[in-house]
Design a protein. Structure first.
Length: 274
């Protein structure tokens, strides 16, 4: 069973509050479901990069663990098309014209295991309106990674996350990526909010054992947009040993779960209600 089938089955059977926040380029559902209740409210999103679909399985563990206080909305597979391209290849694409286009974008190779982008070759984590297009690795051409898109929020997946986040009005957000075992928390926030944000990031660091870090030359990410536009604490957690190879497989999942199982629980515990 592929990752999309696994999550579709889970979503169908889950009894908590749930919703479909939007559709992918190829029309697949982007699911969200809730754990806990009340404040503070968090959003955790996973697998915004296709080849990092291993984090979607972590989302199911976070669902089981719950939170200390408040609630979290989990978006376990923010990029279903990219994840299936990485996991199963071109067989996940129905239309012949789409397969031909993607094959061209992938340099003629049928190996899509390292594909990060969505079904149009846009890297979703550089498509948010937060210093968009200024990242050190940004490109202007569609492909497996780093393409910023024609404009911020050009993609249905990023628009879905944007609108969902604006509707939920979270107190904080967490984005799960692979790999490197570090936590990014800074994106030009004010001196007033830096101590608050670093304090919560430190709680995540204690929970996971991952050090805090700074993503130099990075822009246009979901975390970046949440910090810049919504003025809330937002964190990117790079799970998985940096020595491992993309895409991380089942052999890496046990360690990722062991180190990250309590992350959302501990973050909610640290938050001080105003």
């Amino acid at each position: 069973m592929d990752i999309y089938q696994t999550l579709s089955k889970f979503y169908k059977n889950v009894a908590t509050e749930k919703t479909i926040i939007g559709k992918s380029v190829f029309g697949r559902n982007i699911y969200a479901f809730k754990i806990g209740g009340g404040s503070p409210v968090g959003i955790a999103q996973y697998a915004l990069h296709g080849r990092e679909y291993i984090t979607s399985y972590l989302a199911l563990k976070h669902f089981e663990r719950g939170v200390f206080q408040g609630s979290f909305w989990l978006v376990p597979l923010a990029n279903p098309d990219g994840a299936l391209l990485s996991q199963t290849g071109l067989q996940s694409v129905k239309r012949e014209r789409d397969r031909k286009k993607l094959l061209c974008l992938n340099g003629g190779s049928e190996d899509f295991s390292l594909w990060k982008a969505n079904g149009r070759g846009v890297d979703l984590n550089v498509n948010f309106d937060a210093r968009w297009g200024t990242g050190a690795k940004n490109t202007q051409s569609a492909g497996a990674e780093n393409y910023i898109g024609k404009k911020p929020f050009s993609e249905p997946e990023t628009r879905a996350l944007k609108e969902f986040t604006q509707n939920i009005k979270p107190d904080y957000t967490v984005s799960y990526h692979t790999k490197g075992e570090e936590i990014y928390w800074y994106f030009y926030q004010s001196m007033r909010t830096c101590p608050r944000d670093k304090g919560l990031a430190s709680a995540l660091s204690r929970s996971t054992g991952y050090p805090l870090s700074y993503a130099k030359g990075s822009a246009g990410g979901y975390k970046d947009w949440c910090i810049q536009t919504l003025k809330i604490p937002s964190f990117t957690i790079e799970a998985g040993d940096d020595q491992a190879c993309h895409p991380l497989g089942d052999d890496a999942l046990k360690d990722i779960i062991e180190k990250n199982a309590n992350a959302l629980y501990d973050l909610s515990k640290e938050y001080v209600l105003e």
